[in-house]
Design a binder for this molecule. Sequence first.
Ligand code: S3P
Length: 174
Amino acid sequence: MTVRASTLADQHLVLVGMMGAGKTTVGRIVADRLHRPLFDSDAVIEARTGRTVRAIFATDGEAAFRDLESSVLHEALDSETPAVIAAAGGVVLREENRMALRRARARVVWLCADPALLAERVTAGGHRPLLDDDPAAVLRRMWDEREPLYRAVADAIVGVDGRSVHEVVEAVLR
Ligand code: S3P
C-alpha cells in the first residue's frame, strides 16, 4: 500500500515553490486554519544551528546548507503529527528530497509564480543570499532549472499571480 492512500487529515501539507512565492506567509495562515504546527525549513535550520541561512552560505557554502535543508525536510516528513511544512525553495534540487516528497504521507502544493513577477516582489537580502546579484536573472535561471522539479513533486498547483494572500490560502485549502 502506498502512503498516498492515507486520508488528508493524516497527511502533511507541504508548500513548495520559488523564493517569494509566499510559502511562509501562506503556510502560517493555513497552519492556523487547520490547527496544525507550521514547520518552516529555513526557520528550523536557523533555530537549530543558531546561525542565519546567510551565515551558513557564506561560511560553509551552499552544499553544506543543502545538507541541513535535506535533513530538516526528512525530519519534518517523518514526524507523526500532521503539519504544514513550508519547504524552502531549493528542496526540490536533490533527488533524494523529491523522492521523499513523493513517498511521504503528504500532499504537496506548488505555489506557482511567474519568475518575472516574482522578481518585482521578492525581498532580496536576509535569508536569500543567492539573490544578492541581479535577482531577476537568477530567478529566471532558477525557474528554468526548477520548474520541472516542482511539477514532478506537486499533487496540486496553485497559481499565485494576481491573487491576494487570502485567495491563495483558500485555493490551498481547497
Ligand atoms: C533558497 C530559498 C530560500 C533559502 C535560501 C535558498 C533557494 O528560502 O532557503 O536562500 O535556493 O530557493 P525561501 O524559499 O523560503 O525564500
